[in-house]
Design a protein around this ligand. Structure first.
Ligand code: PXL
Length: 280
């Protein structure tokens, strides 16, 4: 099998484990080539740190895209996440228009917030733009906070329980046109995972693993990266979500055992071998 290639449009944060510092190693471990198109360079992620640096890469992005286009590069998937400015919404939309082929999977993680709060660098205009951009996706991977933002609901007004989770993914599917993997979806207090709507089959699937009773940062990035690796390797949506949920649970367990501070993200590196699927 030709090594699948993914264009990954996210920030690069030097410390704290998120976005590209997760997508690159996870996709590489899964035998998938990850080509980063950075949206910003930060000294750390924005959760639990003060005084982080933020280099906006907006002006660089169309130049990178133009060079890749001139080279005739093709991608099996385009995976976007944390964006650095409102203008980047249009730049990512142009990138999708330029590089989407019949077999290209467009996966948009509508990164905007978590735990009912919007991230520090996201403005209301960026959140509205993210919802428009996400209309271009074959698959979206919101958490509950982002699902509420996409649906124009307050966090507390989201439907609850297994039935409520099914309702959320169906409403987010734009009448069945895009697949949805809702992360952090929990049908019982001791469980967590994802509720999926598969646009290919019209079916919903609840994926649950044991919950590690602690808050984590960066698990959405780990989940989406494994999901995309599995999808481009040919898994169906529910199986890809199961692989992602199991890997996130393993990372969460390890991080809790090591008792790492929240801001360090999840300690996934020693577990990458679980993703490689076969030795040399
Ligand atoms: O994990 C989402 C994320 C990505 N990138 C940056 C972040 C966050 C969450 O806080 O701060 C820079």
């Amino acid at each position: 099998m030709l090594t699948p290639r993914v264009a990954a449009i996210h920030d690069m944060s030097g410390f704290g484990r998120c976005s590209l510092t997760i997508a690159l190693p996870v996709l590489s471990a899964m035998g998938v080539q990850c080509c980063p198109l950075p949206t910003a360079f930060l000294s750390t992620h924005t959760g639990g740190f003060e005084g982080f640096t933020f280099l906006d890469m907006t002006d660089e992005m169309p130049k990178v895209s133009a060079h890749w286009k001139a080279l005739g590069l093709e991608f099996q998937a385009i995976y976007s996440g944390f964006l650095g400015s409102e203008r980047q919404i249009g730049i990512v939309a142009d990138f999708i228009r330029d590089f989407r082929r019949a077999d290209t999977m467009v996966i948009i993680d509508p990164v905007m917030g978590d735990h009912g709060r919007v991230y520090q660098t996201y403005t209301p205009a960026m959140c509205a733009g993210m919802a428009r951009l996400a209309e271009q996706a074959d698959v979206i991977t919101p958490n509950l906070t982002e699902a509420a933002l996409l649906l124009g609901l307050s966090f507390g007004a989201l439907p609850t329980g297994e039935k409520g989770l099914r309702e959320i993914v169906k409403r987010l599917s734009l009448d069945g046109r895009r697949s949805v993997v809702l992360t952090g979806a929990s049908a019982a207090p001791e469980l967590t995972g994802a509720m999926c709507f598969d646009a290919g089959t019209g079916r919903t699937h609840l994926i649950q693993t044991q919950r590690v009773p602690r808050e984590f940062l960066g698990t959405g990035d780990v989940f989406a990266s494994v999901l995309i690796g599995a999808l481009v390797r040919g898994a169906d949506l529910a199986d890809a979500a199961r692989q992602a949920a199991e890997f996130v649970r393993a990372c969460g367990e390890r991080t809790a055992e090591e008792d790492l501070p929240l801001r360090e993200g999840v300690d996934f590196e020693p577990l990458l071998g679980l993703l490689t699927g076969g030795g040399l």
